[in-house]
Design a binder for this molecule. Structure first.
Ligand code: DX5
Ligand code: ZN
Length: 215
């Protein structure tokens, strides 16, 4: 059984309360919140007021994915906006150890994301400090992109590292997840599946979430 984190990026922003309440009723474990700054990624999504608004109605934990440069500047503000898990990008953090400690000191679970080209080995020294590793299965910036097949291998390798080190961080996969790849992702070691367009573009998002969760 996988954890499911529907990405609110694919929701109808004109009906955000309705879509958050739909997720509350669903079997989703988290609500995945994508923050994009137009610098680290070539797109801008939304910031604190929208995150706070989601948090006001959400009964699920907010899994906040920061696709921003110098995330240290805003960690506290995202904690205050409701983040239970904070993901920063390896590629955006020259002092990743410090960033991870800051997240923990704020009482939030630290998670680190890897872009598709970044090897999982780059995290070997910091894995014991993490609650979660997010493996990007598309290039970050947009919903609705095609899943990159090499992701299975990365998840498999990371899962082996986790077993060798006797650690229990979660492995989350984000981008292009659907019913065709979910099972194989979980078989290779993924624990948390992020799904945006597959959930929100389906005719019955509640059923889609329940089906994904069975993997
Ligand atoms: C991409 C985001 C993803 C995205 C997933 O930059 O990090 O979370 O919303 O959307 P789908 O599932 O449509 O690929
Ligand atoms: Zn994301």
């Amino acid at each position: 059984m996988a954890f499911i984190a529907p990405s609110i990026l694919a929701a109808d922003f004109a009906n955000l309360q309705r879509d958050v309440e739909m997720l509350n009723e669903s079997e989703a474990d988290y609500i995945h919140v994508d923050i994009m700054d137009g610098m680290f990624v070539p797109n801008i999504s939304f910031g604190f007021p929208v995150c706070e608004a989601i948090n006001r109605y959400a009964t699920k934990l907010l899994d906040v994915h920061l696709m921003i440069e110098q995330p240290d500047r805003y960690l506290e503000k995202f904690r205050d906006a409701g983040a239970a898990i904070l993901t920063v990008h390896y590629e955006a953090c020259p002092h990743l150890h410090r960033t991870v400690q800051l997240i923990r000191e704020l009482g939030v679970l630290p998670s680190v994301a890897l872009n598709p080209h970044t090897p999982v080995e780059m995290l070997s020294e910091i894995l014991p400090d993490l609650s979660q590793v997010l493996i990007m299965s598309v290039n970050p910036g947009f919903g609705g992109q095609k899943f990159i097949e090499n992701t299975y291998r990365k998840i498999y390798k990371l899962n082996c590292m986790r077993e060798e080190l006797g650690l229990d961080f979660k492995i989350e996969v984000d981008g292009g997840v659907n019913n065709d790849n979910a099972r194989f992702l979980v078989e290779n070691g993924a624990d948390v599946l992020v799904a945006g367009s597959f959930v929100f573009n389906s005719t019955n998002p509640l059923e889609t979430i329940a089906e994904l969760r069975k993997n």
